[in-house]
Design a protein around this ligand. Structure first.
Ligand SMILES: Cc1cc2nc3c(=O)[nH]c(=O)nc-3n(C[C@H](O)[C@H](O)[C@H](O)COP(=O)(O)O)c2cc1C
Length: 399
C-alpha cells in the first residue's frame, strides 16, 4: 500500500506517508526547555508508526509562545534537552521536524499586554481584543534572523527538518493576508510586498541550515474571511515557494477568528471548557457566563462540519499546481480515506493531529489492517485544555 511506502522530502527519507501534524504539547517548562514527557510523547508516536512527526509551534523569541509550556528554540541552552526528543523519534525509525512560529498578534490577552501587542499593520487583534501597534521594518528583519537562529538550533538538536508555520493567523500567515497586512512600505502594498517577510524568513532559515536540509511549510490555502488571503493568491505563493526550494507544503486553512478558532480543527465546540476558560481569558465575561453556553453553541453551528478530510479538495488543487510533495491535513479519520488520498489523488502524504492524541499507535494499527476508523470524535477538548496550560492528552476516553 502506497501509504506505507517511503518518500523523500528534500533528500530526507520518510519511512511512510503518515505525518503527525504540529500540535503544541504542553511538555516544556516556562523557559521553553523540553521536559522528560516530551521525549516520551515523541517516542510513542514513532513507535506507533508515524513516518514524520512535526512538533508543536516552537517559539523563536523568549516569551512569545501561545501557552507557557511550548518548545522554545530562541536560545542555545534549550538545544541539549531536545536531543532526547529527536533521539526518541529516531530510535523507532521515525523522522521529526520542528515547527517554527512567531505567535503575535495571537497571544493570550495577558501576554499581549506584558510583551506589547503588535500586528502587521497594528489595530485590534480580534483574538485577544488588544490594540496593537504595527511592527517596524527593523523588527521584521530581526524576527527573520530569529527564525534563522531557531532553525540552526533545531538542526543542532537533531531534527531532520523544519516547518514554517504560515497558517492559522500567526505572524507569517497574517503578513500574507491583505486584510491584516495593509502596510505601504516594502513589507506590504502588493503581492510581492506581502510575500517579502516570508521570503526574508525563508532566506534566513536557508542560510542558517544550509542547502541540504529540508524546509517545509504549513500554508493557509485561504483565511476564510472576506478580504483575507484567497486561494488564487495562496497558489501563487505555493509556486513561489517551489522556486525557492521548499521541500513540501502542508495545506490548511482558516485564521483564529473564523468559527471561534475551530476552523482548522473542525468538529465540536467543547461548550463547558470553552465557557470556563473564556471567563479566565476575558474576566469581564464572567457576569454573563450563564448565557455564554447558548451563545457558544449557536456560534459553533458554523463549524460543526463533520465531513472527513475537509481540506482535501484544497490540498488536491495545490498538488496539481506544484510538483513538490503536498501534505493534506484536516479531519482524516479512516484508513480508506488516507490511502485513497495518496493512491488516487496527487496528494503525497496525509497528516493527522487529534486522532494521534487518542491513539498514538494508529498508523501501525492501520498497517496491520486493524482499527480502520480512528476513535477520535473531534470533540476539541484537547485543544481548549492545552490552550490553558494542560499537557496534550485526550480528555474524552469514554467516547
Ligand atoms: C491540541 C491541538 C494543538 C494544535 N497545535 C498546533 C500547532 O502548534 N501548530 C499547527 O500548525 N497546528 C496546530 N494544530 C492544528 C493541527 O495541526 C491540525 O491542523 C488540525 O487539528 C486538523 O487536523 P486533525 O483533524 O487531524 O486534528 C493543533 C490542533 C490541536 C487539536
Amino acid at each position: 500500500m502506497r501509504l506505507f511506502e517511503p518518500i523523500s522530502l528534500g533528500g530526507v527519507t520518510i519511512p511512510n506517508r503518515i505525518v503527525k501534524s504540529a500540535m503544541a504539547e504542553g511538555q516544556s517548562d516556562a523557559s521553553g526547555q523540553a521536559l522528560p514527557g516530551l521525549a516520551r510523547m515523541y517516542g510513542r508516536w514513532a513507535r506507533g508508526g508515524v513516518g514524520l512527526a512535526i512538533t508543536g509551534m516552537a517559539h523563536i523569541r523568549p516569551g512569545f509562545s501561545f501557552t507557557d509550556r511550548e518548545i522554545g528554540l530562541y536560545r542555545d541552552a534549550n538545544v541539549e534537552p531536545l536531543r532526547a526528543v529527536t533521539a526518541a523519534a529516531h530510535e523507532h525509525g521515525g523522522r521529526i521536524f520542528a515547527q517554527l512560529c512567531h505567535a503575535p498578534p495571537q497571544l493570550p490577552r495577558a501576554k499581549a499586554k506584558e510583551l506589547g501587542a503588535v500586528a502587521p499593520s497594528g489595530g485590534l487583534c480580534r483574538t485577544n481584543l488588544r490594540w496593537g501597534r504595527a511592527l517596524t521594518g527593523d523588527e521584521l528583519r530581526r524576527l527573520a534572523k530569529d527564525f534563522g537562529a531557531a532553525a540552526r538550533r533545531a538542526r543542532e538538536a537533531g531534527f531532520d527538518g523544519v516547518q514554517l508555520h504560515a497558517a492559522h493567523g500567526y505572524l507569517l500567515s497574517r503578513m500574507l493576508s491583505p486584510r491584516d497586512n495593509r502596510r505601504t512600505d516594502r513589507w506590504g502594498g502588493s503581492f510581492e510586498g506581502r510575500l517579502a517577510f516570508l521570503s526574508e524568513v525563508y532566506s534566513e532559515v536557508r542560510r542558517a541550515v544550509g542547502d541540504d536540509y529540508p524546509i517545509i511549510i504549513k500554508l493557509n490555502a485561504h483565511d476564510g474571511l472576506r478580504g483575507g488571503l484567497d486561494i488564487e493568491t495562496s497558489l501563487r505563493i505555493a509556486r513561489r515557494l517551489e522556486e525557492w526550494g521548499i521541500a513540501a507544503i502542508e495545506v490548511s486553512a482558516g485564521i483564529a477568528e473564523v468559527g471561534l478558532g475551530f476552523f482548522p480543527n473542525r468538529g465540536s465546540i467543547p461548550v463547558e471548557s470553552s465557557k470556563e476558560y473564556l471567563g479566565v481569558e476575558f474576566p469581564f465575561l464572567r457576569p454573563v457566563k450563564p448565557v455564554l453556553g447558548p451563545i457558544i453553541r449557536g456560534l459553533s453551528r458554523s463549524v460543526r462540519l463533520r465531513e472527513e478530510a475537509y481540506f482535501a479538495p484544497l490540498a488536491e488543487r495545490f498538488a496539481r499546481a506544484v510538483s513538490v510533495p503536498v501534505i493534506c491535513v484536516g479531519g482524516i479519520r479512516t484508513l480508506a480515506t488516507a490511502s485513497r488520498l495518496v493512491e488516487d489523488t496527487p496528494v503525497a502524504m496525509v497528516s493527522l493531529a487529534r486522532p494521534l492524541v487518542r491513539q498514538p499507535g494508529l498508523p501501525r494499527a492501520w498497517q496491520r489492517g486493524e482499527s480502520p476508523t480512528a476513535q477520535c470524535t473531534s470533540c476539541n477538548e484537547c485543544f481548549v485544555h492545552l490552550g490553558f496550560g494542560q499537557p496534550l492528552k485526550c480528555w474524552n476516553k469514554t467516547a
